[in-house]
Every structure is written in structure tokens, then in C-alpha cells.
Design a protein around this ligand. Structure first.
Ligand SMILES: *[C@@H]1O[C@H](CO)[C@@H](O)[C@H](O)[C@H]1NC(C)=O
Ligand SMILES: *[C@@H]1O[C@H](CO)[C@@H](O)[C@H](O)[C@H]1NC(C)=O
Ligand SMILES: *[C@@H]1O[C@H](CO)[C@@H](O)[C@H](O)[C@H]1NC(C)=O
Ligand SMILES: *[C@@H]1O[C@H](CO)[C@@H](O)[C@H](O)[C@H]1NC(C)=O
Ligand SMILES: *[C@@H]1O[C@H](CO)[C@@H](O)[C@H](O)[C@H]1NC(C)=O
Ligand SMILES: *[C@@H]1O[C@H](CO)[C@@H](O)[C@H](O)[C@H]1NC(C)=O
Ligand SMILES: *[C@@H]1O[C@H](CO)[C@@H](O)[C@H](O)[C@H]1NC(C)=O
Ligand SMILES: *[C@@H]1O[C@H](CO)[C@@H](O)[C@H](O)[C@H]1NC(C)=O
Ligand SMILES: *[C@@H]1O[C@H](CO)[C@@H](O)[C@H](O)[C@H]1NC(C)=O
Ligand SMILES: *[C@@H]1O[C@H](CO)[C@@H](O)[C@H](O)[C@H]1NC(C)=O
Ligand SMILES: *[C@@H]1O[C@H](CO)[C@@H](O)[C@H](O)[C@H]1NC(C)=O
Ligand SMILES: *[C@@H]1O[C@H](CO)[C@@H](O)[C@H](O)[C@H]1NC(C)=O
Length: 497
């Protein structure tokens, strides 16, 4: 990546510091970028021109916090174009289904379960081509310079991005009460004793290959006369396996969650694993190549909560694109308590929707469980979290029990992104905590509603803060991440050509 050809750093700094830190505006659409690149404009000056035009999307996006740099994965025809795929070859490859573990609520007609995921084909990509595609995601390092296990991971990750979504296909799922939850493996999760049945989803996949539907489960009798427990007759979370007809790739588990109790909604990057999303070069290596690593002793904290908070429902919500969900689930289920999952669906792939997807997913789970109380966990480097989490307190009165945000700036000098704490103004201090180390969470009392551990030094100014914003004025600021980020936008844009 030739950084030199990118815009002068001073321009970025002037923009970032001079702007009034507006609310994020959507970045320019992918089409615009695509068009501009097609017109053979030098990428450096293209980004420069965007940053230059005051109030433009990218400048406010950069100024407002960490970008979701995985926002522009290619979909549909772009994949076929990039790979020069032969239609007949593709037809011959098996159809696969990503079925994402969902939750169910108790309604007047019984258990209503959310089934979501997508249908795709995995083209046969030569290693040479895969390597060249993988290199576009890595900054300043060639895939061949990585250790062998990291090369494999990078190829795996890249292959899972370059899949061809299958639109307008029907999906049939098959529920089986054959989960084998180890006793005490996860809070109050128990195996459902009935409920086996096959159901056709009410509509075909969208043009992006997505499906997201609610199905009502019949109360079928299982072996030994077992049956599903009614939601108002149990506090426990029942687990039911889901298989997808026609493929063995669409397996998942559904969690039948009673109307009352506590649910934790946890982000993953930089809270459950070390990503350094605010440091693009590292962030990409940590996502594409290196094995996922848990952050500090969060696994112990979650294991303890799972064991001590009765029937605690775990829900993992990340805005990472759906294509790489398997890698995330693989890590989470090996490291953290079992639970349902949400990632960014493909029909939310365009850049403007990226900024509202977290709120949409949060609203959905809050509306599904109007009597449950929620614990929200993430870190300060997500600008959408900083806005959406406190907004949930206002939009759903009484439903937010605790908000825990890891202060990434405090432990990581490479995090130079400012973050906005103004959303917390007026919220009871007992309801939230900005913490530094995972162990800070040991002193909180979730069930009792004492979410702030007074031993933790916290300084919420209800405005933009972070390095270079008065909190750490003495430091020399290295704005080179901005050029890296600008470079990254170009990189991902080019993948599409
Ligand atoms: C449990 O829920 C069902 C369905 O909503 C309802 O018919 C039944 O009366 C409820 N039972 C109790 C004890 O609330
Ligand atoms: C993929 O393509 C290579 C040659 O390009 C071929 O040797 C291999 O058998 C193919 N694999 C599958 C699963 O079709
Ligand atoms: C990548 O690895 C995951 C986890 O091991 C596996 O489930 C998946 O099939 C692999 N994907 C590809 C495209 O090879
Ligand atoms: C879906 O496929 C069916 C059968 O091939 C076809 O009749 C229908 O028009 C298609 N719908 C869309 C939206 O493409
Ligand atoms: C749904 O897809 C199936 C093929 O998977 C097709 O036969 C059917 O006509 C489609 N239904 C509609 C309503 O488009
Ligand atoms: C299923 O039926 C059994 C036996 O009639 C009943 O005890 C149980 O509450 C029912 N469960 C649901 C989910 O309706
Ligand atoms: C799906 O699989 C189940 C279980 O094997 C079977 O009972 C059902 O008929 C299948 N449905 C379709 C539409 O293939
Ligand atoms: C899905 O479940 C089926 C039936 O238990 C099993 O044969 C298959 O290996 C599973 N698929 C994966 C990817 O684990
Ligand atoms: C169950 O979830 C659906 C979908 O979010 C929601 O519309 C409905 O109100 C919920 N039902 C109850 C009883 O909470
Ligand atoms: C485990 O969690 C409980 C609250 O659920 C808390 O009181 C206790 O201090 C925690 N223990 C450890 C070792 O973190
Ligand atoms: C985060 O940590 C930094 C460095 O210790 C500190 O200056 C800042 O005030 C903290 N932010 C919050 C919200 O506590
Ligand atoms: C909190 O941060 C503000 C600016 O961000 C700073 O002026 C103030 O001195 C800090 N307060 C403490 C107690 O550290």
C-alpha cells in the first residue's frame, strides 16, 4: 500500500480537529466510489477530494469515531465479476446455508422463533487468486510472509467473503430436540424435551440471499412423552436444534427465552476479543490472519455471570458482516457462554445503512422481550454504540439494567479515535460504567442494579473525549491511522473492480 500517494496528513488533521464533530452522516455511497474509481481517478486524490469537500460523509465519519472498516464486502454480481466465475461451474457447486442461532419469545400462539441467515454458493477459487484477494485486505504485508496457520486463516476468511448469494430460493428448517447442553455449561439453558417439526419459511430469500422470519412452533411430543415448556411456566431457557433441508451446513441452535429475566447483549470486537479495530493494520491482521484471542479475562467474567445470574440469556450482537459470522461464532462458542447471535445482514450492506444497523437489531430484541431487563456491553471505539446504548435507556424505559463500556483509550495508546459521551448526560450513574480492565466488572451487582464500581476511575465529560481532546493533552498525536484508514477505503473499493 503506497501511503505516499494518499492525501497530505495535515489536511486530515485540519478536518478532524476543525470540524464541529457532527453527528455521523452517511459516507458516500459505494456506487459513487465505484464510479469515481472507474473514471480512473487517482485514489489518493479521490479520497482527498471527499475529505476536502466540507461536511462530506467520509470526513464526518472519520471525525466521529472508528469506522466499521469491514463495511464494503462485495456482494452479488461484484463477486462474480471479481472472480470471473463460470456459471456452469457455480451451478455444480453445492448450495450452503448460514443459519444464525436465534431467539424465540412466548406469545399467545406459543413459542415464536426467529430464523435468520443466508443462502449462498462457495465458488472454487484457485489459491493464487485467493492470495491476491487476501492481499487487498492486508496492509503492508503479503500473505506469503505470514506463518502458515495465518495464511490458512487469511484464505479461509477471504473465501468466506467471496461467496455468491442465492436469491429467491425457498428454505425449510427442521427442529429437533436433540441439543446436548452440558449441565451448567451455560446459565439456565436446558435441552427442550419436545418441539420436533419441519417448517417452510414463509417467503423465499431476498435478492441478497437473506432470510429473517418468525415461525410459530407447534407443541409436539418428544421421546418419553416430553414436550416444550410454556414460556409462562418456566424461567429456564430451552434450546432446540435447527437443521436445514438439503444441506448439512445450515445447523444452528434456537434459544426459547421466557418473558422475564435478564439478557446480556454483548458486542465482540475489542471487548470479547482483541481486535484493535481503531488501528486498521493491526485490526485487519487480527481479523484476517491471526487466531482470535480473548481480551483479558472476559471469559472468566462471563462464565461467572452465567453461573451466578439465574437464567441469564446471552445474545452476541456484532455489526461485522454476515459473511464472516462463522469465524466469530466458532470463537465465541469455544470461549464464552452459549447464546443467540446477530450480525449485519447482507441487505444492510450499503454504507448508509451501516450506521443504523446496530439500533435496528437492538430495537428488535428489546421489542421481542418487553419485560426482560438488558445488560449492554461494548467498548468506546464504536461510534454507533456510544449513541445507541444510551438511547435505549430513553426509548425503552426500565428495560436497560446496565451499560458497560470498555474505555479502549485507557489501555491502548494506539486508539486515537475520539468518542462522544454526551448520550450519557442525565442517565443515573448506577446504570452505567466506563471501565478499564476486565476485572473492574467483578465489583458490580447486575441483579441489584448497581452497575458502577466506584473503585474504577472514570471521567465522563458528556462531550467528545479521547486522546487529543483534553484528556491526554500532553501526548504527541500520531495521525497516521487516518491515512491508513483512507487507504483502506480505497483498498476495499478496488476489490470490487
Ligand atoms: C400462559 O400463556 C398462555 C398463552 O399465552 C395462556 O393461554 C395461559 O393462560 C398462560 N398461563 C398463565 C398461568 O398465565
Ligand atoms: C477446484 O478447481 C481445481 C482446479 O482449478 C480442481 O483441481 C479442484 O478439483 C476443484 N475443486 C472442486 C471442489 O471443485
Ligand atoms: C473457514 O473456517 C471455518 C471454521 O473452521 C469453517 O467452518 C468454514 O467452512 C471455513 N470456510 C471456508 C470458506 O473455508
Ligand atoms: C422466483 O422464482 C419463481 C420460480 O422460478 C419465479 O416464478 C418468480 O418470478 C421469482 N421471483 C422473483 C422475485 O424473482
Ligand atoms: C421460491 O423458490 C422456489 C425455488 O426454491 C420456487 O420454486 C418458488 O416458485 C419460489 N416462490 C415464489 C413465491 O417466488
Ligand atoms: C405442551 O403440552 C403439554 C401437555 O399438554 C403442556 O403441559 C405444555 O405446557 C405445553 N407446552 C406449550 C409450549 O404449549
Ligand atoms: C425436510 O426434512 C424433513 C426431515 O427430514 C422432512 O420431514 C421434510 O419433508 C423435508 N421438507 C422438504 C420440503 O423437503
Ligand atoms: C449438521 O448436523 C448433521 C446432523 O447431525 C451432521 O451430520 C453435520 O455434520 C452437521 N454439520 C456441520 C457443519 O456440523
Ligand atoms: C414477540 O416478538 C415479536 C417480534 O419482535 C413482537 O412483535 C411481539 O410483541 C412479542 N410478543 C410478546 C408477547 O412479547
Ligand atoms: C461473580 O458474579 C457475582 C454476581 O453475579 C459477583 O457477586 C461475584 O463477585 C463474581 N465473582 C467473581 C469472582 O467475579
Ligand atoms: C478513558 O481513559 C482515559 C485515559 O485514562 C481518560 O482520560 C478518560 O477520561 C477515560 N474516559 C472515560 C469516559 O472515563
Ligand atoms: C476530566 O476530563 C476533562 C477533559 O476531558 C479534564 O478537563 C478534567 O480535568 C478531567 N477530570 C479529572 C478528574 O480527571
Amino acid at each position: 500500500m503506497a501511503l505516499q500517494r494518499l492525501l497530505p496528513v495535515s489536511l486530515l488533521v485540519a478536518q478532524a480537529l476543525g470540524a464541529a464533530y457532527p453527528v455521523i452522516t452517511p459516507a458516500p455511497s459505494l456506487e459513487d466510489r465505484d464510479e469515481a474509481l472507474k473514471r480512473d481517478i487517482d485514489p489518493g486524490s479521490y479520497i482527498g477530494s471527499i475529505i476536502n469537500s466540507l461536511g462530506s460523509g467520509v470526513s464526518s465519519y472519520i471525525a466521529s469515531g472508528v469506522p466499521q472498516f469491514f463495511q464494503d464486502f462485495p456482494i452479488g454480481e461484484d463477486v462474480e465479476k471479481a472472480l470471473d466465475i463460470d456459471d456452469d461451474d457455480l451451478k455444480a457447486t453445492p448450495t450452503q446455508v448460514l443459519n444464525i442461532p436465534g431467539y424465540a419469545n412466548w406469545t399467545e400462539s406459543g413459542w415464536s422463533v426467529r430464523i435468520h441467515g443466508n443462502v449462498f454458493k462457495q465458488p472454487n477459487i484457485t489459491q493464487e487468486k485467493l492470495d491476491s484477494l487476501a492481499n487487498k485486505f492486508l496492509i503492508g504485508v503479503d500473505i506469503n510472509d505470514l506463518p502458515e496457520n495465518q495464511q490458512d486463516q487469511a484464505r479461509n476468511f477471504t473465501a468466506s467473503i467471496f461467496v455468491v448469494q442465492q436469491q429467491n430460493v425457498s428454505v425449510t428448517v427442521n427442529f429437533q430436540n436433540d441439543v446436548n447442553v452440558r449441565p451448567d455449561a451455560s446459565g439456565g439453558v436446558v435441552n427442550a424435551k419436545g418441539g420436533a417439526q419441519s417448517i417452510d419459511l414463509p417467503y423465499n430469500t431476498t435478492s441478497e440471499g437473506d432470510f429473517d422470519a418468525w415461525l410459530t412452533l407447534r407443541n409436539t411430543t418428544g421421546p418419553n412423552g416430553g414436550h416444550l415448556l410454556a414460556g409462562n411456566a418456566t424461567e429456564q431457557i430451552q434450546a432446540l436444534n435447527i437443521y436445514t433441508n438439503g444441506t448439512d451446513t445450515g445447523n444452528a441452535t434456537a434459544y426459547l427465552v421466557p418473558p422475564t429475566g435478564f439478557t446480556i447483549i454483548s458486542d465482540i470486537d475489542d471487548i470479547l476479543r482483541v481486535t484493535k479495530i481503531y488501528d486498521p493494520k493491526e485490526g485487519l491482521l487480527n481479523s484476517f490472519a491471526r487466531p482470535f484471542v480473548a481480551w483479558e479475562d472476559m471469559p472468566d467474567i462471563y462464565a461467572n455471570w452465567s453461573a451466578t445470574i439465574p437464567n441469564f440469556h446471552f445474545h452476541y450482537l456484532t455489526t461485522t458482516p454476515e459473511q464472516v459470522t462463522r469465524n466469530y461464532m466458532d470463537f465465541i462458542y469455544k470461549t464464552y457462554p452459549l447464546g443467540s447471535f446477530d450480525t449485519r445482514p447482507l441487505n444492510f450492506s450499503d454504507v448508509s445503512a451501516t450506521l443504523s444497523i446496530r439500533k435496528a437489531l437492538l430495537d428488535k430484541i428489546f421489542q421481542t422481550f418487553p419485560q426482560r431487563k438488558f445488560v449492554l456491553v461494548a467498548d468506546t471505539s464504536n461510534s454507533d454504540v456510544m449513541k445507541d446504548y444510551p438511547q435505549m435507556v430513553r426509548d425503552f424505559p426500565g428495560q436497560v439494567q446496565c451499560i458497560f463500556l470498555r474505555n479502549t483509550t485507557a489501555t491502548d495508546s494506539s486508539d486515537l479515535f475520539p468518542y462522544d459521551t454526551s448520550g450519557f448526560k442525565g442517565i443515573d450513574q448506577k446504570q452505567y460504567m466506563f471501565f478499564v480492565n476486565a476485572d473492574d466488572l467483578r465489583g458490580v451487582d447486575i441483579v441489584g442494579g448497581n452497575c458502577y464500581n466506584p473503585a474504577v476511575k472514570q471521567n465522563v465529560t458528556f462531550e467528545y473525549q479521547g486522546r487529543g481532546f483534553g484528556n491526554d493533552a500532553g501526548r504527541a498525536i500520531d495521525w497516521s491511522w487516518m491515512t491508513l484508514y483512507a487507504g483502506l477505503l480505497v483498498t476495499l473499493g478496488q476489490v470490487l473492480l
